[in-house]
Design a protein around this ligand. Sequence first.
Ligand SMILES: [Zn+2]
Length: 443
Amino acid sequence: MSKTLKIFLVWLLLIGFTLPSAAYSTQFADSGETLRLHWAAKLIPIAFSTSLIKPNPYVKPDSDIQGAIERSLEAWEKAADIKFQVFWTDKQTVSPTGKSGDGVSLVTIAQTPENLLLFGADANTVSARTRIFFNRRGYITEADIVLNPYEQFSTDGSHGTFDFEATLTHEIGHLLGLDHSSVTGATMNEHQGKNGVYNLSAFSSRTLAEDDLAGIRALYGGNSDEENCCGTLAGKLLSSSGKAAKNYQVWAEEAESGRVAAGVLTNADGVYRVEGLRSGHYKIYAQDFGSETGRSFSVEELGEVNVVKGRTQTLSKKLKSATKDFDVRYIGFNAQVSELAVPVNGGKSYVIYVGGKNLDAGKVAIGFNSPYISVTPKSLTDHKYGADISVVSFEVNVAPETPLGEYSFFVRSAGEATEFAVGSLTVEKFVNSWNSHFLLPRD
Ligand SMILES: [Zn+2]
């Protein structure tokens, strides 16, 4: 049976200016990447434009905009040592580009010429943009957010709209100084789906991933009730030829649960630094982050570390750089594949898809490091999606007691070459009712 190619075009969220960024988590004020953008004060004033709540064509009527705003801000406040001071204003338009703005950090959806300028040619692909102003010392002085008034937003999961709360939560991350994350299921990942992708509501990004939490703790320190915050892991990776292993994804998984704790990318010198980790035991992995054409090398486990509050552990390695003959590019659900994580619930089973090159159900194994998630034996099935992509599906069983968060699965060939889809399954409280059967708790 042949299916038509259903690779979803995924709507990208992009920030309103470009800066070089080696780390997943932070934006830098300088090309040497020494000054990380962040607010100097722990109390951050933010003004919401009445354009968001006045009847308009861009927000579905009766949406709970005020509730969504409160929850978005609270998600970040709970994560780090920061508070927002909220104002409402009749102001509609963001500050134009320049050395400094008007000092008001505005969130708006008004269709004014200056607001529309932020989207340029990307008006049909970007859900929102954030424009940041900062001083020479790397302190953010203003951050303006425009929700794309060419799009439609909602808070009830309406098909074909962007979720207002998910979009705002991501943009507030930029406002605070975070850049995009390499972890697929993180709120700060650059891909955002509209409601309806995978035939699901796109609520995932409302909830911050462990990776997002680590990033914001790295910038502002943990919330005062966070006892185990924070430790740092740092190191340098070399390829087998001795050159700097640049653009490698280095990520930490909680050793016991297999949950993704944080992921970063190595810089041009092969150096990585994961801050904001809670004290605990982690397994550390590295794999080349690849390019448009995919990843070349097999994943490598760097080792296990005990991260201790207030300390920096180092873990450096010369990699074996073993090549592999397959590639994992897409994840999928309900016969659709995209670059978005699949949200699942504990206590249920789901059929997950993986798409890429040279994937063959008879030749690869798929599994999870987490003791909470298993792949049903012999459930791997090939699907024909066209000549340019090979797609395999498999059934996963998510134990009822699985901690909420992001989990990775691996694809391994007979030759032991392995690739991880980092944080591609996100265990959530939002209901994904497409389960294939219910599971009982383990005794
Ligand atoms: Zn973004």
